[in-house]
Ligand binder design. Structure first.
Ligand SMILES: Cc1cc2nc3c(=O)[nH]c(=O)nc-3n(C[C@H](O)[C@H](O)[C@H](O)COP(=O)(O)OP(=O)(O)OC[C@H]3O[C@@H](n4cnc5c(N)ncnc54)[C@H](O)[C@@H]3O)c2cc1C
Length: 477
């Protein structure tokens, strides 16, 4: 067994790990990057990028069909599944290629291939070939799709995002297990590409939405387009001749038997912790086995171990993985100087149609403090109607008293752009009044934000009026 001594070891060469590696390196210390799988990151290889490529093809098919609503007839739409998947794979490989190029520019002496596990708080073993003594360690091992144990007998007919983007054509039908972000995005995209799809969700929620009014609106839109089954009580599946026999039951408990080509596991992702032998790390863990950490420094307790990315299960999103990696790597490199890094206003987008987006604090976290709420329906919003995307709802939350924007949840057209605007306002600690002073062009979807802001301001003004007439505040009372 070989032994290597380094200042910092980073476990995982995903988006968080690569960022941590470079941030630690910038302190002039010796850093080792350890990776057990193929280089290329989850984002580029099997996550953000190939999923958006599939959605782009699906949107093209949808717009071609939908053009009739404008009086434009494109003729019968034909979807060439082989060509669709060829583009997805080719563009995906291009994105992966950029990442792999970047990794290959790292000095081979600073890289090690193999599975890392803890032998002690400052010692790792990588496969059976190397012992790494590291003064500091960054855990950036990402997450993996949850594959229900009871469905393992489906073999290669149970797939997840790791296999889907390698398809060479489209299947006839897919049962999607899970109505979170991944299930909604892939389920709707496959539906629009002519695959028979049913999306099964156990609860009553979809995606990350917590505002019941926005949720209802999103359900109307998405459930009106494809087979979305929430409140699912039962999901059994067995291999049959050429696919899978699914037996499911909704809230009515009526059992339904159907045939699908495949089952897509999209029921969440689990942090990659099992192979790390964390019991040897000396770290305190939460109830789910995730090390306890400080979200501003990414330090685990007062140890020399830092954590970043999906593995910490805080906000499993690409930009968060990168931010966390930068903070963890910089603190590991600059140790013992441990500094709080920038954590931005939370921002999440689900690329279904209409898009779902969350900004700042969620409704569920705010509801107890009774924030002022302003909303706008996109049904009659001018520009949304012009482009025939007039569906969905935006609700914005502001702090009573200060008038500061706290957050928003939405399902609506071009929500990815609206959400950015609102996230920038939130992070700048803008008040509703300040936002109303900003320019709005006409006719744009952003005018919907202005309508919601005006309604918010009306509520905030009413609060002031109520206080003016408050008996307790009146002299002499
Ligand atoms: C289908 C899908 C769509 C998505 N879409 C979006 C999106 O649109 N926008 C967005 O912001 N986010 C999206 N995400 C989430 C985003 O991809 C992740 O948040 C991000 O890639 C996480 O990066 P990471 O560095 O934490 O993990 P990863 O990139 O997975 O890196 C972890 C690395 O650690 C390695 N590893 C694990 N254990 C060990 C070990 N013991 N030893 C050595 N190496 C190890 C793994 O092999 C892996 O390479 C999507 C995810 C999926 C699955």
């Amino acid at each position: 067994m070989k032994t290597i001594d380094v200042d910092v070891a980073v476990i995982g060469a995903g988006s968080a790990g690569l960022t941590a590696f470079h941030a630690a390196k910038s302190h002039g210390v010796k850093v080792l990057l350890i990776e057990r799988g193929p280089y290329g990151t989850t984002c580029a290889r099997v996550g953000c990028m190939p999923s958006k490529l599939l959605i782009a093809a699906a949107d093209a098919a949808h717009h071609a069909t939908d053009a009739a609503g404008f009086g434009v007839h494109a003729g019968p739409v034909r979807i060439d599944g082989t060509a669709v998947m060829a583009r997805v794979r080719a563009e995906r490989d291009r994105f992966v290629g950029f990442v792999v190029d970047g990794v290959e520019h790292i000095d081979p002496a600073d890289r090690l291939v193999g599975n890392a596990r803890f032998l002690g708080p400052q010692q790792l073993q990588v496969d059976a070939h190397t012992i790494v003594n590291a003064a500091r360690i960054v855990i950036a091992t990402g997450s993996s799709p949850r594959r229900p144990a009871e469905l393992q007998a489906l073999g290669d007919r149970l797939i997840d995002n790791e296999q889907l983007f390698n398809w060479t054509s489209l299947p006839a039908s897919v049962a999607v297990l899970g109505a979170g972000a991944v299930g909604l995005e892939l389920g709707q995209a496959l539906h629009r590409l002519g695959v028979r799809v049913a999306v099964f969700g156990r609860g009553d929620h979809i995606g990350p939405l917590s505002d019941p009014e926005v949720l209802d609106s999103a359900l109307d839109c998405l459930g009106g387009e494809f087979d979305l089954r929430l409140g699912n009580q039962r999901f059994d599946a067995q291999r049959d001749d050429d696919g899978v026999l699914v037996q499911s039951a909704g809230k009515d408990c009526v059992v339904r038997s159907e045939h699908f080509s495949l089952v897509l596991a999209a029921a969440g992702r689990a942090p990659n912790l099992a192979d790390l032998q964390l019991d040897r790390s000396g770290l305190a863990l939460d109830a789910h086995g995730v090390p306890l950490f400080d979200r501003t420094t990414m330090q685990c307790g007062s140890s020399t171990i830092f954590i970043a990315g999906d593995v910490d299960a805080e906000l499993p999103l690409l930009h968060e993985a990168v931010d966390q990696g930068r903070i963890a790597g910089s603190n590991a490199g600059g140790f013992p100087d441990v500094l709080a890094g920038l954590r931005r206003t939370p921002l999440g987008v689900v690329f279904c149609d209409p898009q779902i987006a969350l900004v700042g604090q969620r409704y569920s976290a705010l509801v107890a403090q009774k924030p002022a709420i302003g909303s706008v329906s996109f049904a009659d919003q001018g520009r949304s109607r012009v482009i025939r995307q007039n569906r969905g709802l935006l609700r914005m939350y502001a702090e009573r008293g200060s008038g500061r924007l706290l957050g928003a949840e939405m399902a609506g057209p071009r929500a990815e752009h609206l959400a950015h605007l609102l996230a920038w306002a939130c992070q700048s600690r803008m008040t509703v009044a300040q936002m109303l002073d900003m320019p709005f062009y006409h006719p744009v979807i952003e005018e919907g934000i202005r309508t919601a802001l005006r309604r918010l301001q009306d509520q905030l003004d009413k609060d002031v009026a109520d206080i003016e007439h408050c008996a307790d505040c009146t002299p002499g009372m």
